[in-house]
Design a protein around this ligand. Structure first.
Ligand code: HAM
Length: 416
């Protein structure tokens, strides 16, 4: 029989690596809650039409990367490729806009895209993201960018570049599209195959294509920023001024367009510059999508958000000192004392301590090895003599010292 394996591009996160994940997730929750965000959890599966209508038909995600299937009632369902569309669906479905002028949501969870797996690019990957509804910016835009940079810096990820751009609003994108097409059409035969194929449908993608032949042509293309209306220009200038005031470093990148169709005005990406990332160095992507809520049937509501890929953050997360994962590991000198060990462990857990015990009846040596491997701070050794005297032998596994402690004062001693 062939071996059963996980689906290509979808990884197990084993207990031995989960500490680093918890660190990222804990720091993210703390950071965004300081900014007034509250968590939302939406289903992993949504009607396919939600993603087609919001992300856009001529995008890589919708064209070729979605996991779409028919359920038994012949409905087309899709594993979410991102979180923004689902949040908007929930925001509309629960009429949140009727009761809150501004809503600030965050989420953490797995997303699914059938991309070619590589370092930093997976078919199931985790995003941490934020969405704000009801604030047209530009100060909240600056605040979000600043939030991402301070979150990453607090984790020790400091080799970063923030890139920003504006796509404008209203018909700016259309006008820009026209002038870009006028520039690209005569050069079409020199573009990469991918770009030639989607030139008419989505010419903006040529700008952020990775193919060298496209990059040479994109370098000379007309600039988006030259096509902005006066209002859009002022919005972008105020965003830059706010980032300057916060001292958040950034670079204006007029070629930044991003791969989803829903964006308007502010766009941003945070690139990791460290060597560990390889080609997938976009840690965070986000932007404003002021038209989406109306397009999906709601009232005119401005919106902005971002999402970070947690696997990519892990690739550049500096190693932290290993933390103790257990307070105490209870060890018995003889197998007959196992029930006693389980009882002591139970008492200590009730006091709020993290406790494990080896209840198999193995040798002292093997139990001590397990205590060490489980990164317990203390080992509590129980022997017959100690038991009779109402004591346990407490070994400080970090300091390498030991002492006899009364059972009744064990909790107080450990708390110290
Ligand atoms: P996105 O740029 O498609 O934007 O994805 C955001 C981040 O998710 C990327 O910068 C990257 O770190 C991570 N990511 C994307 N695809 C993969 C993959 N296959 N493997 C590993 N990591 C990946 C969005 O998803 C938008 N929803 C962001 C947003 C929120 N815009 C407004 N609100």
């Amino acid at each position: 029989m062939s071996k059963l394996r996980s689906v290509k591009g979808m990884n197990d996160l084993l207990p031995s690596e989960i500490g680093r994940w918890h660190r990222l997730e804990r720091a993210f929750r703390e950071a965004v809650e300081r900014y007034g965000f509250a968590e939302v959890r939406t289903p992993i599966v949504e009607p396919t039409a939600l993603f087609v209508r919001s992300i856009g038909e001529a995008t890589d995600i919708v064209e070729k990367e979605m996991y779409t299937f028919e359920d038994k009632a012949d409905k087309s369902l899709t594993l979410r490729p991102e979180g923004t569309a689902s949040c908007v669906r929930a925001y509309l479905e629960h009429s949140i806009g009727n009761v809150e002028p501004v809503s600030k949501w965050y989420y953490l969870g797995p997303m699914y895209r059938r991309e070619r797996p590589a370092k930093g690019r997976y078919r199931q990957f985790y995003q941490a993201g934020c969405e704000v509804y009801g604030d047209p910016g530009p100060y909240v835009d600056a605040e979000l960018i600043d939030l991402v940079v301070s979150y990453l810096s607090a984790l020790g990820i400091t080799e970063l570049e923030v890139q920003i751009n504006s796509l404008g609003s209203g018909d700016t994108r259309e006008r820009y599209r026209d002038s870009l097409l006028a520039y690209l059409r005569p050069l079409a035969s020199k573009l990469s195959e991918d770009s030639q194929r989607r030139l008419e449908r989505n010419p903006l993608r040529v700008l952020d294509s990775k193919a060298p032949e496209d990059q040479a042509i994109a370098a000379e293309a007309p600039s988006l920023l030259d096509h902005l209306s006066e209002d859009d220009r002022a919005h972008f200038a105020d965003l830059c001024a706010a980032l300057d005031a916060f001292g958040t470093p950034y670079r204006v990148e007029p070629k930044l367009v991003r791969g989803l169709d829903y964006y308007t005005r502010t766009l941003f990406e945070v690139k990791g510059l460290g060597a560990d990332l390889g080609a997938q160095n976009t840690l965070c992507g986000g932007g404003r999508y002021d038209g989406m809520i109306r397009e999906l049937g709601g009232a005119d509501t401005p919106a902005i958000g971002f999402a970070m890929g947690l696997e990519r953050l892990l690739l550049c997360l500096p190693d932290a000192e290993a933390e103790d994962t257990l307070d105490v590991f209870v060890i018995v000198q003889k197998p007959e004392l196992r029930l006693e060990a389980a009882k002591i462990a139970r008492t200590l857990r009730a006091e709020g301590l993290a406790v494990d015990a080896d209840l198999r009846g193995t040798s002292m040596k093997s139990q001590l090895r397990r205590a060490d491997r489980s990164r317990a701070r203390f080992a509590a050794v129980i022997g017959e003599a100690e038991l009779a005297a109402g004591k346990v032998q407490l070994k400080d596994l970090r300091a390498g010292t030991q002492e006899d402690v009364e059972r009744s004062s064990l909790v107080a001693r450990l708390a110290r």
